[in-house]
Design a protein around this ligand. Sequence first.
Ligand code: CMP
Length: 148
Amino acid sequence: MEKTCVIIKPDGVCKKVSGEIISKLYSQGLKLIALKMIVPSRKTMEEFYGVHKDKDFFKPLIDFICSAPLIAMVWEDENAVAKVRSIAGATNPKEASAETLRRIFGTNNRKNAVHASDSAENALKEISILFKSEEIAQYDYSDWEKFN
Ligand code: CMP
């Protein structure tokens, strides 16, 4: 099953819309297999966003992403990466389609509410930066019903 790394960014956490974002992903059939609130170090997020290190927006991106807690998650689906990117919408909320998370909750290119992995390969890299292997759950929705 394909995995994708999703982050609710500081703007999403501080606007108290994390529940709505998580509900939207559930409603589209994705399975939540890891979730935690983190206050990441700059080093961690510089590694996470390493592909952008030469871009003009790199330092402001790191300043912003480390400005308040994040909610880091791993979601699973047969087509998790494309599915979540479609639900998230374009990077710039003003260009994102109606009903997408960034259109509804984002403000601009930087304060755009969520991060979503752009490939299955990058998802695994991002997950390995933010999570230990024991923090990733493997379960069936029916597991709890097996016990009295
Ligand atoms: P994200 O999906 O987290 O991946 C990289 C982030 O860089 C992206 O969302 C944006 O928040 C940010 N970003 C990309 N392009 C720009 C830009 N032109 N100006 C500011 N931030 C940007």
